[in-house]
Ligand binder design. Structure first.
Ligand code: URA
Length: 333
């Protein structure tokens, strides 16, 4: 997209529009190596290299913060070498390179944050900041109270001790129960492993919110931009100032500037968030075939079209996950 040079300079924070006009008139602005003194000159922030007083102008991009209601049946990665459905299909309209904050398993559903703000993402995932993660877990039958108490007392898992901060029965549905489990870290399959360790058969896993940002009002497969106050809350709870950064770090330069060797390379996204088969085996999970490919486009999801709701939990501040799910043994993680 092209825009007038003085507007480009103003929105890049170089100077006010009037001052920018003075800079242009004074011959202090170069576009692609040539001095430009004409006011109406059009520039494309993505292509043209604009230099003021010998310094390339950085494009100020606002950091993006999105909340996705992840449906089951997709992996939390932006590209999957095995070609399975990924969360990326639900973010096709997002131009920026956002990456997920933590992960949800293939079959898990609910709140998943995405951002370009690597600093905040790292802090949200870091146990040091003690972000609580609340899950509603559908388990087979009626858990005995002792099972939930053991989860809270602490257990030894194969990768060390672990515990739930809270574990309570949330709701009983037909022959099964929804339990509410709160944990303080994001270790892989932690909630499922805690449940299994106390003899609970997990049928479904739903995360109604993350960092206090709820999926209430969103349909599975849909996402929304966080409100500024939500970003401020996340930043404060992560030990950062409440102010949103005006740009990602490092600032993204126009492609032309990067071609000319200005600026650091863009950060690499975190490694694919797919559990390797070796890890699955170490958890005693039999090697599985590829997850079945189902119609997972948002529009193909019957739940997105107001399909019949199944008996879900009644999470506070979030609609229960809806839609019919196959239950019972053989479900994948
Ligand atoms: N714990 C799990 O077992 N799975 C998830 O997806 C998240 C937490």
């Amino acid at each position: 997209m092209t825009e007038r040079l003085q507007k480009f300079l103003a929105s890049a924070g170089v100077a006010s529009r009037r001052k920018a006009e003075e800079l242009i008139a004074a011959g202090r602005v170069l576009v692609n190596g040539k001095v430009v003194t004409e006011m109406g000159t059009q520039v494309d922030a993505g292509k043209d290299l604009v230099v003021v007083d010998g310094r390339p102008v950085e494009v100020q991009e606002r950091a993006r913060y999105l909340l996705l209601y992840k449906p089951p049946g997709c992996v939390t990665t932006l590209s999957d070498p095995q070609g399975r459905p990924t969360v990326a299909q639900y973010l096709a309209d997002v131009k920026e390179r956002v990456f997920p904050v933590g992960r949800l398993d293939w079959d898990a559903e609910g709140a998943l944050l995405f951002t370009t703000d690597g600093d905040l993402a790292n802090r949200l995932a870091h146990p040091r900041y003690g972000h609580r993660r609340t899950y509603l877990v559908k388990v087979k039958g009626d858990p005995e109270p002792g099972a939930l108490a053991r989860m809270v007392a602490g257990l030894r898992l194969e990768d060390g001790p672990a515990q739930a901060l809270e574990a309570t029965v949330h709701e009983r549905v037909e022959k099964n129960s929804w339990i509410r489990v709160v944990v303080g870290e994001g270790r892989r399959h932690l909630v499922k492993r805690l449940c299994e360790a106390v003899g609970l058969d997990v049928l479904r896993l739903f995360r109604p919110e993350f960092g206090g940002i709820s999926v209430a009002g969103l349909r599975p497969g849909h996402s929304r931009e966080l409100k500024p106050e939500e970003v401020a809350t996340l930043r404060r709870s992560s030990g950062m100032g409440g102010e949103e950064p005006t740009s990602t770090a490092p600032l993204r330069l126009p492609r032309a500037a990067r071609r000319h060797g200005h600026g650091a390379p863009a950060p690499r996204p975190p490694r694919g968030d797919v559990e390797p088969e070796s890890e699955r085996r170490s958890r005693g999970v039999k090697p599985t075939a590829e997850p079945p490919s189902r119609g997972t486009r948002p529009s193909a999801d019957p739940r997105s079209r107001g399909g019949k709701r199944s008996s879900g939990p009644r999470p506070r501040g979030a609609k229960p996950p809806s839609g019919r799910r196959r239950e019972g043994p053989g479900r994948k993680r």
